[in-house]
Write a protein that binds this ligand. Structure first.
Ligand code: ATP
Length: 386
């Protein structure tokens, strides 16, 4: 059932609108001036607002502007008296969905409300679709470390420099790699990803370099490897710290000579590939333990980008929460829920694993279990301290 907020200083108008709309099955809240209206608007996510233009304290136009800064997705319909049709038209230009005149005409009122709600669901649908077709997800975060990462990406992306991205699980290493590719001159070429930890040691060479038919028992047909697939583009070697020493030797050769050989073949193939690698391990420690080749480390780490854990960039949490709220509510096909300052503060102070997926899961849980506005109490009940 849709929630509507009526803001009008005339009690009689509020009463009439409430009667008509509750009869139609809407749930109503009332406010008697713009200031009270704004307070309610902040506390709860409405599906629609009906707002008078001329009111004490905060007038309709000011309300429209402030509400737009809080949540621009909620349609606002202005209620205009005789003397202020021009202002109502101006309000529509400034983003109001439409206006109705006083005294409200029943049919026009209901049709306008229904159309506005339909538009909201279209807007939500469009957002979901846009997100699905957009190539790379936005990298959220204005904290000092994130700003530095974004600056580094801008500087190094257009060069062909190899990059080693370090950081714990789920901190956004892959996203960094995607943005480097997107902002590089190779963005028309492919971005091919290999998760070195997920491939059994004995198959990694064939995965990276391909193989000829019959080169080993299960090689029933010829196969093109990831290096070849990434030709003209970028190869993202994720979890490089888990690669076997023999595969490391071959990767090193590919990087040194720009050539690869398919398993079981005797001729070389030239490849033009930019390599970006990522790891959650301390690679130099792995070198000390003789699990990783120092010469390969040097080849890969021309540029080093370290992505810090979420706990080391808590300033980004409110922005991430806001983005996740938007994404998750859009996925569920509901109007974006709001979150109050107490809840945000608790999330900002929480002891995270550092993995951004954990934050997303928590926001999803809060969206499912909380009312339209997520409060500090919700966080206390649904997000258990670890
Ligand atoms: N700055 C960010 N803004 C928005 N979403 C982000 C950000 N960083 C990471 N994410 C999201 O968090 C999730 C984990 O990110 P990603 O896969 O890039 O991390 P990773 O460090 O490569 O993880 P893993 O170590 O598991 O390979 C993804 O869904 C990603 O889109």
């Amino acid at each position: 059932m849709a929630d509507i907020l009526i803001i009008d200083d005339e009690k009689a108008i509020r009463k009439t609108l409430t009667e008509i709309l509750s009869f139609e099955g809407y749930k109503l809240d009332e406010a008697s001036d713009g200031e009270e209206g704004l307070k309610k608007f902040k506390e709860k996510t409405y599906d629609l607002v009906l707002c008078d233009i001329k009111m004490p304290k905060l007038d309709g136009i000011e309300f429209l502007q402030k509400a737009g800064e809080i949540n621009a997705d909620i349609p606002i319909i202005m209620i205009s008296g005789h003397g202020n049709i021009e202002t109502a038209v101006e309000a529509v230009k400034k983003g109001a969905y439409d206006y109705i005149s006083k005294p409200p005409d029943l049919n026009r009122l209901l049709i306008t409300i229904r159309n506005a709600m339909e538009r909201t669901s279209l807007v939500t649908e469009t957002k979901v679709l846009k997100r699905k077709v957009s190539r790379v997800q936005e990298m959220i975060g204005g904290s000092a470390p994130m700003q530095k990462i974004k600056e580094t990406i801008d500087k190094v992306a257009p060069t062909d420099a190899r990059i080693l991205i370090t950081g714990e699980n789920g901190v956004g290493k892959e996203l960094v790699a995607r943005w480097v590719h997107e902002k590089s001159n190779r963005n028309a070429g492919p971005l091919v990803e290999v998760n070195c930890a997920a491939i059994p040691t004995e198959l990694i060479e064939s995965e990276l370099f391909g193989h000829e038919k019959g080169s080993f028992t299960s090689a029933i047909k010829q196969r093109i490897g990831k290096f070849e697939q990434a030709n003209g583009g970028t190869l993202f070697l994720d979890e490089i710290g888990d690669m076997s020493l023999s595969a490391q030797a071959k990767v090193l050769r590919a990087l040194q000579e720009g050539k690869i050989t398919r398993v079981g073949a005797d001729k070389d193939i030239n490849v033009d590939v930019r390599v970006i690698a990522a790891t959650n391990k301390d690679l130099l420690g792995e070198v000390d333990d003789k699990n990783f080749r120092l010469d390969l480390y040097h080849r890969l780490s021309v540029i080093l980008i370290h992505v810090p854990s979420l706990n080391d960039r808590r300033d980004d949490i409110p922005m991430l929460v806001d983005q996740f709220l938007e994404d998750i509510c859009a996925d569920y096909g509901i109007v974006k829920k709001s979150i109050d300052d107490d809840a945000l503060k608790l999330l900002q102070e929480y002891n995270w694993t550092g993995n951004i997926r954990e934050l997303r899961n928590v926001v999803e849980r809060l969206v499912i279990l909380s009312a339209k506005s997520i409060t500090g109490e919700d966080v206390k009940s649904y997000v258990m301290p670890r």
